[in-house]
Design a protein around this ligand. Sequence first.
Ligand code: SF4
Length: 230
Amino acid sequence: MSDRDLEDRIAAALTEIDAETRAFGARTGLACPPGCGACCLSPDVETTPADMIPMAGALLDAGHAAAVLDRLTDRPGRAPCVLYQPDPLDPRRGRCAMYARRPSICRLFAFAGRRDAEGTPQFTPCRVHMETLPDRARTARDDVRAGTIPLPIFADHAARVAMLAPGAMARTMPINDALRGALEKVGLARQCAAMETASALADACTAPDTDDSPGSPRTPRPVRPMRPAA
Ligand code: SF4
């Protein structure tokens, strides 16, 4: 699988999460308040470099990778995500600079849960939902416990992405470290691909022309036998 294919496959897996969380939101009536940045401001958000690969690809495509890597040097380990853009008038509100490419944790948080030791889905509403929509949040928790509504499960989606990019890329770590890992992997893969293309072009230009297929410029055209003079 090429690196571009990997980016596309992970991006497709991430997009599918949105259908599940939308359905859960529609069934429970839970929705995030407009501009809420509570999750993004947490220093404890964790994900994997694999999950950040579509984000890294988009940053490289947009020419923002170097600037983001610069900002990442100030935020190793646990720190709020570098991609969060706070509202200058109220830093608790803001937006994700790369919302369409955000990783699975950012799509699932507040609309997903875990299985307990018996394998039963358990939903713990987020603090903001408990404050702003307490009745809906409690009803959602009870309905999930009763098995009357399906709950997106964090681990299932993480495993799906990890299958596409296993090994070191599937290790969970603070979100900024995961972004750095993904930028380094995708950046390196693209450099290698560019070098391979350049080297293949150079080989094509310098190789002696041994092409004797019909139509090759150096292939002598077949000579028609001359008609005998009448
Ligand atoms: S990737 Fe975007 S949505 Fe996720 S924590 Fe960072 S700013 Fe927030």
